[in-house]
Design a protein around this ligand. Structure first.
Ligand code: A2P
Length: 353
């Protein structure tokens, strides 16, 4: 089980000890929901009863979990009483409406949407980084899962910030289409086939053609010219780590199915060498360092996809600016960036002293 090793001594259990818990997955037919089911099974999460939930569109369809079949329930008609933990990944408006209804029954909601993340009353948690923030959930029973790009970045930044305080972060992302859901995965595959067959492309899900292209536009534009995805990275990083860190971001969609990559430039309050960073990150929870320029070895989404770690490479001192370094950070956005982080939070909810 992941999280702060001292957690047990300082945290009362959230849920009583049981052989198994009633777990609902809201959005069970989606890209993240399906991965939540896989990860619950892989990690042998103690589930006594699994309830897959989605919209009326897929209610009645059948989902397999650990060799058993479960019928998908319609969220609009579902009674959350007696659910212990609900993992939500069905979009922001669904979470805004339904998460409080689940939480009122005493169930704990882990919400993967952006609906609750910046609510000052709601915990925004990455288990390797700020597990103690979970305390806020005792009152409102909602815990927000951060944005996928934020999660992998703060896992890499936190151990460095603990060593020497970070003043400023400037990040550019290279984000996979799976971050925009199952329909965006289909859109990249379809457009690629269309272009390779000299056909015109259909653009329905992402804001422009993604096959053989790069789109500097994720989520909507704000009045100041940033996109909301960029604003999420900036505000969530400060909420999770330290409100004094200056953060700026450019978020970009690339034609990759799974795995977000990030070029992160960090300015510290005092010097930290590339060698020290390599040592700190090699010992940090949830991180794998792959950084061998001579061997031409570095992390890539093709290798990070399907894994649980945050991969860091291309670690080098920034020659243009004092006390500054570059990192290249890659992770499976659907696993660590969403489903795995949510299941790790659920593991804290059932942890006993
Ligand atoms: P459904 O299959 O019924 O449309 P993705 O992010 O891959 O697009 O998946 C979105 C998930 O959220 C799906 O499981 C989808 O279910 C679910 N979903 C979307 N809107 C609603 C809603 N209003 N109520 C319940 N589930 C929803």
């Amino acid at each position: 089980m992941m999280g702060d090793e001292n957690m047990n001594s300082s945290m009362e259990p959230f849920l009583p000890e049981k052989d198994g818990y009633r777990v609902a997955v809201i959005g069970a037919t989606g890209a993240v929901g399906q991965t939540m089911l896989e990860i619950l099974a892989e990690r042998d999460f103690p589930v006594s009863d699994l309830v897959p939930v989605a919209s009326s569109r897929s209610a009645g369809s059948v989902i397999n979990f650990k060799g058993r079949e479960y019928t998908v329930q319609d969220l609009a008609a579902f009674d959350p009483a007696s659910v212990d933990i609900a993992l939500f990944s069905a979009g922001g408006s669904t979470s805004l409406e339904y998460a409080p209804r689940f939480a009122e029954t005493g169930c704990y909601v882990v919400d993967n949407s952006s609906a609750w993340r910046m609510n000052p009353e709601v915990a925004l948690v990455v288990p390797e980084v700020n597990p103690l923030a979970m305390e806020a959930a005792r009152h409102n029973h909602i815990i927000a899962n951060p944005n996928c790009s934020t999660i992998q970045m703060v896992v890499a930044l936190k151990p460095l910030h603990d060593a020497v305080p970070i003043q400023r972060v400037n990040v550019s992302t290279y984000q996979a289409v799976s971050g925009a859901g199952g329909k965006a995965i289909e859109e990249l595959a379809k457009q690629t086939g269309q272009l390779l067959n000299a056909q015109s492309t259909d653009v329905n899900v992402l804001p422009a053609r993604i096959a053989f292209n790069v789109i500097p536009h994720i989520d909507v534009f704000m009045d100041d010219g940033y996109t909301r995805e960029e604003r999420k990275m900036i505000e969530e990083t400060r909420k999770i780590m330290d409100a004094d860190i200056a953060v700026t971001a450019t978020t970009v969609r690339v034609p990759v199915f799974y795995g977000h990559s990030e070029a992160v430039n960090i300015t510290f309050e005092a010097p930290l060498s590339a060698g020290q960073v390599r040592e700190i990150l090699a010992d940090a929870e949830g991180i794998c360092v792959v950084d061998d320029p001579k061997g031409e070895d570095y992390p890539m989404p093709s290798e990070a996809a399907g894994t649980d770690h945050v991969w860091v490479g291309r670690i080098r001192e920034d020659q243009s600016c004092p006390n500054s370094l570059h990192l290249w950070v890659v992770a499976d956005n659907v696993r660590k960036g969403a489903a795995l982080n949510a299941v790790q939070i659920a593991e804290i909810l059932i942890q006993q002293p």
